[in-house]
Design a binder for this molecule. Structure first.
Ligand SMILES: Nc1nc2c(ncn2[C@@H]2O[C@H](COP(=O)(O)OP(=O)(O)OP(=O)(O)O)[C@@H](O)[C@H]2O)c(=O)[nH]1
Ligand SMILES: [Mg+2]
Length: 305
C-alpha cells in the first residue's frame, strides 16, 4: 500500500465516524420481496398452530425480527437459536434467559452436529397438547401440528427444516436470500412446517444491529462496506474477546482510531499481500469477515443483556 492509499484509508475512517451520526434510515436495506413475504405470512397465519422464530445464537437479540409481533399475534412461539456450535454459550444462555423471562420457550440448536432437535419437538408438544385435547373432545382425530418458520435471512431456517425432516427438502446456502417463496414441508406424522424467505424490518434504527447483521451475513454484502464491517469485528473482539485476536492474528494491540498497524500485522501474518509484498487491505477485510463467520476467531456472541 502506498502513501496515497494509506491517506485514503485514514480519510475513509474519518468519514465513517462522521456517518455514524447520520439517520440510520438512510441505509436502504429492505427489498420489496420482504414486504411480499410479510403479506404472505399474514395470509397464512391462521393456518398455523405455532411459530418457530429462528435467531442466530451469536446475535440472539440483533437477529430477532423487530416488527413481527403484530403479524404473529399471540400464537404459541418457540425461539430457536441456531449455530450454537459457533456461539459463546455463556452469553447466549443469558439472552435465552431474558427471552424466557418474557414468556418465550427457547431452544438452542447446533444444526451441523444435530444437537437440540428433540428439544424443539418437546417444546412443541408442550405448547400444543391443548389442541389434541380440544380435538378429542370434539371426537376428532389428532392431526399434525403446523409450524411457521420465520427469521431474518441466513439464520438457518431451511437447514433446520432439512435436519428435522432428515433429508434435503429445502434449499440452503451460505448467503442471505436463498429461500425465495413460502413452501410447506411435511416433517413426519406429527409436524408440518412452512418455510419462508428471510425478512428484515423496513427501518434500520440501530447501527450496532446493522453491523451485527452484516458480520454474520444476514444482510447483503453491498449494504455496508466490507472495510467498515471488518474494523467493527476487530473492535468487538478487542473489547470482548481479546485473547481470540491474539491467538489468531498475534494482535495484542488494537487502536480503533488507527487501524493501519493492525491491518499491516494481520496482512503480513496471514499472507494478504499484493505483488511487491505490500499488504492488500481488501483481502485483510475479507479474511477477518470470513474468519469470524467460520468460527476461526473463536466462539463469540456479540449481543449481551
Ligand atoms: N455452523 C453452523 N452453520 C449453520 C447452522 N445452521 C445453518 N448453518 C449454515 O448457515 C447457512 C444458511 O442456512 P440456510 O438454512 O440457507 O438459512 P436460511 O435462514 O434458510 O436463509 P434464507 O433462505 O436466505 O433466509 C448455511 O450455510 C448453513 O449451512 C448451525 O447450526 N451451525
Ligand atoms: Mg432459507
Amino acid at each position: 500500500m502506498d502513501m496515497y492509499q494509506k491517506r485514503e484509508m485514514r480519510k475513509n475512517k474519518k468519514m465513517d465516524e462522521e456517518t455514524k451520526s447520520l439517520p440510520s434510515t438512510s441505509i436502504n436495506w429492505y427489498p420489496g420481496h420482504m414486504a411480499k413475504t410479510k403479506r404472505e405470512i399474514k395470509e397464512n397465519i391462521n393456518m398455523v398452530d405455532i411459530i418457530f422464530e429462528v435467531v442466530d445464537s451469536r446475535i440472539p437479540i440483533s437477529s430477532k425480527i423487530k416488527d413481527i409481533d403484530e403479524i404473529l399475534g399471540d400464537k404459541p412461539r418457540v425461539i430457536i437459536m441456531t449455530k450454537s456450535d459457533l456461539c459463546d454459550l455463556e452469553k447466549t444462555r443469558k439472552c435465552a434467559k431474558m427471552y424466557e423471562a418474557k414468556g418465550y420457550k427457547v431452544v438452542l440448536v447446533d444444526l451441523v452436529n444435530n444437537k437440540g432437535l428433540n428439544l424443539i419437538f418437546d417444546a412443541t408438544r408442550d405448547l400444543l397438547s391443548f389442541l389434541d385435547e380440544k380435538r378429542e373432545l370434539k371426537g376428532l382425530k389428532k392431526r399434525a401440528y403446523r409450524a411457521l418458520i420465520v427469521g431474518i435471512p441466513n439464520v438457518g431456517k431451511s437447514t433446520l427444516i432439512n435436519r428435522l425432516v432428515g433429508k434435503k427438502a429445502a434449499i440452503t446456502g451460505d448467503k442471505p436470500g436463498v429461500t425465495k417463496k413460502l413452501s410447506w414441508i411435511r416433517i413426519n406424522n406429527e409436524l408440518e412446517l412452512l418455510d419462508t424467505p428471510g425478512i428484515l424490518w423496513p427501518k434500520l434504527d440501530n447501527e450496532t444491529v446493522a453491523f451485527n447483521l452484516a458480520c454474520f451475513s444476514a444482510i447483503k454484502e453491498e449494504i455496508l462496506p466490507k472495510g467498515k464491517v471488518a474494523v467493527y469485528i476487530l473492535d468487538m473482539l478487542d473489547k470482548k474477546y481479546k485473547q481470540n485476536l491474539i491467538d489468531r492474528y498475534g494482535l495484542d494491540d488494537f487502536d480503533y482510531d488507527d487501524v493501519i498497524p493492525a491491518y499491516e500485522k494481520i496482512g503480513r501474518k496471514r499472507g494478504c499481500l499484493v505483488s511487491g509484498g505490500e499488504v492488500d487491505y481488501d483481502k485483510v477485510s475479507n479474511l477477518i469477515i470470513k474468519d469470524l463467520k467460520e468460527g476461526k476467531l473463536g466462539n463469540v456472541t456479540f449481543d449481551e443483556v
